[in-house]
Design a protein around this ligand. Sequence first.
Ligand SMILES: Cc1ncc(COP(=O)(O)O)c(C=O)c1O
Length: 446
Amino acid sequence: MADALERSERYLDTAMTRSVAATLAARSALGGFDEPLEVGGRPAAETVEMLDELGSPGTVISNGPRYFGFVTGGSQPVAAAASLLATAWDQNGALPIMSPTVAAIDAVTVRWILGLLGLPSTATATFCGGASEANLIGMITARDEVLRRAGWDVPADGLIGAPMVTVITSEETHASMKKAVALAGLGRDRMMLVPTDDQGRMVATALPAIEGPAIVVLQAGNVNTGHSDPFREVIAAAHDAGAWVHVDGAFGLWAAAAPERARLVEGMEAADSWATDAHKWLNVPYDNALAIVADGDALGRSMRVDGAYLPSTSERSPMQLGLQMSQRARAIPVWAVLRTLGRQGVSDLIERNCSLASRFAQRLAEGGAEVLHDVCLNQVLVAFGDDETTSAVIDAVQADGTCWAGGTEWNGRRAMRISVSGHETTEADVDRSAAVMLGCWESLPG
Ligand SMILES: Cc1ncc(COP(=O)(O)O)c(C=O)c1O
């Protein structure tokens, strides 16, 4: 354990100064893991040594200040430290009887999160592995509740023969949302897709008439642009028609925690369920997210699990609120970050990343690149001339190793996608990375 701790510290100290992407040599060395599983095993100390010496160089420094890929927050040191202690405890967070400490921390953390995000204090939230899972929990709960209101008991009778449930979302709905709808048995290809504007927001006036059991899925934070759907108008119309509204806010929901950005998600608090990640913008280690439901009884009906050996208790029991029974105590790193940063610290983290995203866009535009949307949150889409050139710049930046950004398509154009989501990124990191991106563009042959 002491050796692993020392190695972890050395990794964190040195990794920030090396290539963000793993070098070719480091990747080639990973073939060393391809060994037969020995009958007698190997010494533990040698195993940890191998993990570090072969594995550490092959990692991507996504925990560092110049990683701008996907939406990947680093890990706050206090969250990593709390996770380490929680790993030593190895508590099962399924039931309060399994760990009084975890139960106490879980309850208070949920209360803090609801307050930070401006959600109803009466809502119920449960930790899970990621926003994909939180979206699935939202879809299952929504499906069961709209069908319950129509006189159909899905947990008891299943979906065969049930009334049709209409799912309405935007053309820009996230891939994980389509998967959640498919997994919930509602049919990915049956979803009604409402058109979006040039920033990726649902056009509220294009919402179709809603009839029968229905779920409307909205988005806080488009994965490309960071823009959010028009919550007020759409939620009011959906509720008038008796529909359930779910908000996928994997990272964008955190705008609510920063007063300067909260207007971007105004009105989302009137929805019925929400999905958000802690492992993205709150910067806690993977895997950590929350599924939040305004009507906790509906969540409980969908997630209920019975067994003669399971204690019946009126206390909050995570295994009665989500997909998992046994589960890591995910509340612990979240609690540690929130307690350490406080409300102001969380707000500062969000606001700082948003300002840095604007600075990035400005620096790149000054260098002649084209910013493809209105930068409002932490996401920046930029093109370096035609599609082929933009792809070549993305490849060159990744190979350079100073920073890392990925690619996407936006409004029919190839774009570099920059997400500023880590607590360590500074103005100097942004300036240095923008200069490298522009330099890679300039150095392209021809
Ligand atoms: C809007 C949105 N929803 C859902 C997800 C899926 O989140 P996770 O990877 O935590 O499952 C993402 C991931 O980027 C996202 O941006």
